[in-house]
Design a protein around this ligand. Structure first.
Ligand SMILES: Nc1ncnc2c1ncn2[C@@H]1O[C@H](COP(=O)(O)OP(=O)(O)OP(=O)(O)O)[C@@H](O)[C@H]1O
Ligand SMILES: [Mg+2]
Length: 167
């Protein structure tokens, strides 16, 4: 089985999960590191800014959080094709007790009539896409007590905003 499909199935399973105290900076640094080569090859720039300078802590399951955020980064890279910038930021959320993880890309963006479907199961605009990434991302974040939203402007870019509870 394709390892991506295996990962998706692993985190779709309602298996017991562990809420741990996690440093989102190190999770995101690891994800950026793993995508740097592919991004560099296509002339993309990925940046990570952190208002807490590595000192914030959130409550999440490490493995699930990593999978959820990897899906968002992968989508952004796929939307940019050649060039572009993905700006990832860790910041204080306006929602009380939450930390905000945001992912702003300069990719092709999403038309308004398409946007409403992107986190529906099996919705995809990609040849060979499964349309499962964002459904599962949203599910994981909500399991942690967080929120997920996506905003986009066609031909300008897309921003995914994830709020997760402070540990
Ligand atoms: N950053 C983004 N920029 C533009 N479109 C996006 C972005 N993220 C998601 N989308 C749109 O949302 C759709 C659903 O995304 P999702 O990750 O759920 O599935 P997928 O990427 O199509 O397939 P897979 O399940 O294999 O990841 C995509 O097909 C794409 O049209
Ligand atoms: Mg995807």
């Amino acid at each position: 089985m394709d390892s991506y499909v295996r990962d998706l199935l692993a985190y779709a399973r309602p298996e017991p999960y562990d809420l741990q105290v996690i440093d989102p900076h190190s999770v995101l640094t690891g994800i950026v590191e793993r995508h740097r080569h592919a991004a560099g090859r296509s002339g993309m720039i990925i940046t990570l800014s952190d208002a807490f300078e590595g000192k914030s802590r959130i409550k999440a399951d490490f493995k699930l959080l990593e999978q959820a955020l990897t899906t968002v980064v992968t989508n952004a890279i796929e939307a940019m094709g050649e060039g572009g910038q993905l700006a990832i930021a860790i910041s204080r959320s306006p929602a009380r007790g939450m930390i905000r993880l945001s992912f702003g890309d300069t990719g092709r963006g999403i038309a308004p009539d398409v946007l409403q479907h992107v986190s529906s199961r099996y919705f995809t605009t990609k040849p060979g896409g499964l349309g499962l990434g964002l459904v599962l991302t949203r599910g994981i974040i909500e399991r942690f007590g967080g929120t997920f939203s996506i905003a986009s402007t066609r031909d300008v870019g897309t921003t995914v905003t994830i709020d997760v509870p402070v540990a």
